[in-house]
Structure formats: structure tokens, C-alpha cells
Ligand binder design. Structure first.
Ligand code: PHE
Length: 340
């Protein structure tokens, strides 16, 4: 019987070696190692043996079973690897080809400009302060010295959320928030962000646009500091030869109020289409922080003074690049955006 067993083993191993496909493996397994397989059938005969013969043969049979199982596993693994390699080699995809470049976007022109502006003011010691776009009537108007009856409210066509809440019409309410947060420290910040106005949408006006507000509060801050900061800003942004001029103006939250112009950087003040032959471009509304506003922010106007300014972001980009319609900035048209 021992010979029979070894013959079985040899036959099994020979047949196993001869298998070339993974798909042939189950049939072999069924034939040799399953419950109905040849080895099991053989083991069943052990019962007929005498008690002396049985242990030796049982042991030999188990060894054969183990050896067949091990060889089966090994061969299975080899065939699987072979199949995988063949699949890789015959694959149509040439993995050595260079990949297609992933399309890469870039920053929106407004974001690019905002970052440059923040860095120019950063060099002068201004930090960026962010303030919410949804504001109270109180911050957007009242605390900026614009009571509800004040005709100056007409300067800002307003989106009302309800009787007390608005979409901010300018970044100036951030002045109040900043002062209340930083008191009693001196302040030197810019407040960039979106503002909203209930306006007819035309090539020159959108209902949403960016403003950059500036605020400095300290002791002995003077109008000349304000003019100096805006001159420095204009030169860093548009060339060291830039000149600025100021005109008297009116805002309820600054006193005195001014408007700042810069000589046109496209014609050097000669007069061109961009500056409408005036030689000057409007840069910002500005002024010394009104004593009432200082007080509303928590600062005693007898001790403290400050300046503030505010300007729009899109218009200068339009002038600089000859963009004819402000709506392009928010139209999500890649043909437009790719140009920046
Ligand atoms: N908030 C003003 C506007 O939107 C601009 C401004 C800001 C003027 C700060 C003076 C001081 O028109």
C-alpha cells in the first residue's frame, strides 16, 4: 500500500507540474485533495488495515497530503504571477510614455491684485483685518456717523436683509469692529473685501465689487501721514515717478474728507483715453477719522487721532489692462481669466 501511496503522490505532482493555466488548478485540486479526491479515498482504506500497520501508513499518507497541498499552493502562486506578468507585457498602455500635464489654474486677477496691495501695505506695517460681508445697519451706517434720517445714506444703495441687517455697502464698518477689538492699542490695518450695492448692472458698475479700506489710529496722526501713505502706495504699485493730488470731499465718517488722485500711469499725466484726457485717475476716498467715529470705536478723540481711506479694486485693474466691462470679473469666463 505504501507503493500505491507513493505512486499517487508522484502522479499528482507530475500532473501538477504540467499545468500551465490558473484555470486548470481547481480540477487538479478536486481530483487529489478534495473530499472525493484520490487521497481521501486512499485514506478511507486505512480502516481495513491491522492496528500495527495503520499508524505508519496513516503518517505517510498525511505527509503525502501535506506535500501535495504545499506544492499546490506554490504552483498556484507561480501561475498567478505568470498571468499577471503576461497581462502587463501584453497591455496596450505604454507605461513609459510621458503623462499628460494636468491643467493648472492660476489666481483670479482680483486675488492677484489683492495680494500685491496687501504686500505693499504690509511693508508699511499694515496688517490685514477681515470683517463680515453681512453687517448690521448700526455698523454699516449709524456708528459711522450716518443716522437713519441722514441724506448721506443715499450715497449707498443698499441690499437690506431685514430692517437691521444689510449686505455691507462699503468696508468702512470694519473700522468700528477693528477699533472695538484693538482698543486701547494703536491700529494700522487694511480691510480688503467684497461690498454690495443695489445698483443697475452696467459695463461700469456691478452689484458686487471689492474695496480696500485702510485705518490708522494712534497719537498725533496727521493728514500728512495719510497723504504720505497713499503716495507711497501709488508709487510702489504704479511706478516711483507717480504724483498724487488731493481734493476736498465729503464723507460722514471723516473730517476733513478728501479725494486722492494719481497722475495717469499710462500717459504719465499727458492725457489719454484711459484718464479721459484729464491726466489724473481717482485713487481713493479718504480723510481723518471723525471724532464721533473714534468715540464709537472706544477711542477718546482728545487723545487719539487717525486716518482712513477706501478704494475699489476692479476699476484700476480695468484701466491698467484695458478691460471694458466690469462684469467679466464675475462672469467665470475662462477666456477672460486666462489672460491674467
Ligand atoms: N467708504 C467710502 C465709500 O465706500 C470710502 C471711504 C473710506 C472714504 C474711508 C473715507 C474713508 O465710498
Amino acid at each position: 500500500m505504501l507503493d500505491q501511496l507513493h505512486a499517487l503522490k508522484d502522479k499528482g505532482l507530475r500532473e501538477l507540474e504540467a499545468l500551465r493555466e490558473v484555470t486548470q488548478l481547481p480540477e487538479w485540486h478536486r481530483q487529489y485533495l478534495s473530499k472525493k479526491g484520490e487521497l481521501t479515498q486512499f485514506l478511507k482504506q486505512l480502516g481495513q488495515l491491522s492496528a500495527e500497520e495503520r499508524p505508519a501508513l496513516g503518517k505517510a499518507a498525511n505527509e503525502v497530503k501535506q506535500s501535495l497541498s504545499e506544492q499546490f499552493e506554490l504552483h498556484q502562486k507561480q501561475l498567478q504571477e505568470k498571468k499577471l506578468n503576461e497581462a502587463l507585457e501584453s497591455d496596450e498602455i505604454d507605461v513609459t510614455l510621458p503623462g499628460r500635464p494636468a491643467p493648472r489654474g492660476h489666481l483670479h486677477p482680483c486675488t492677484q491684485a489683492l495680494r500685491r496691495i496687501a504686500s505693499v501695505f504690509g511693508e508699511m506695517g499694515f496688517q490685514v483685518y477681515e470683517s463680515p460681508e453681512v453687517e448690521t445697519d448700526e455698523n454699516n451706517f449709524q456708528l459711522l456717523n450716518i443716522p437713519s434720517y441722514h441724506p448721506a445714506r443715499d450715497m449707498w444703495d443698499t441690499f437690506w436683509i431685514n430692517d437691521e441687517v444689510v449686505l455691507r455697502t462699503h468696508t468702512s464698518p470694519g473700522q468700528i469692529r477693528a477699533m472695538r477689538e484693538f482698543y486701547p492699542e494703536p491700529i494700522r490695518i487694511i480691510l480688503p473685501g467684497k461690498v454690495y450695492r443695489y445698483e443697475q448692472i452696467t459695463p461700469r458698475s456691478e452689484h458686487q465689487f471689492y474695496q480696500i479700506e485702510g485705518l490708522a489710529v494712534g497719537r498725533n496722526i496727521k493728514m500728512t501721514d495719510l497723504i504720505g501713505v497713499i503716495t507711497e502706495y501709488s508709487r510702489k504699485m504704479y511706478g516711483m515717478e507717480r504724483k498724487v493730488r488731493i481734493r476736498g470731499s465729503y464723507f460722514p465718517f471723516t473730517e476733513p474728507s478728501i479725494e486722492v488722485d494719481m497722475d495717469c500711469n499710462l500717459c504719465d499725466g499727458e492725457g489719454c483715453r484711459v484718464c479721459k484726457y484729464a491726466g489724473w485717475l481717482e485713487v481713493a476716498g479718504a480723510g481723518m477719522v471723525h471724532p464721533v467715529v473714534l468715540k464709537n470705536g472706544g477711542y477718546d478723540p482728545e487723545e487719539w487721532s487717525g486716518f482712513a481711506f477706501g478704494f475699489g479694486l476692479e476699476r484700476p485693474i480695468m484701466l491698467q489692462h484695458g478691460v471694458e466691462d466690469i462684469r467679466y470679473f464675475y462672469g467665470n469666463d475662462l477666456k477672460f481669466l486666462h489672460q491674467f
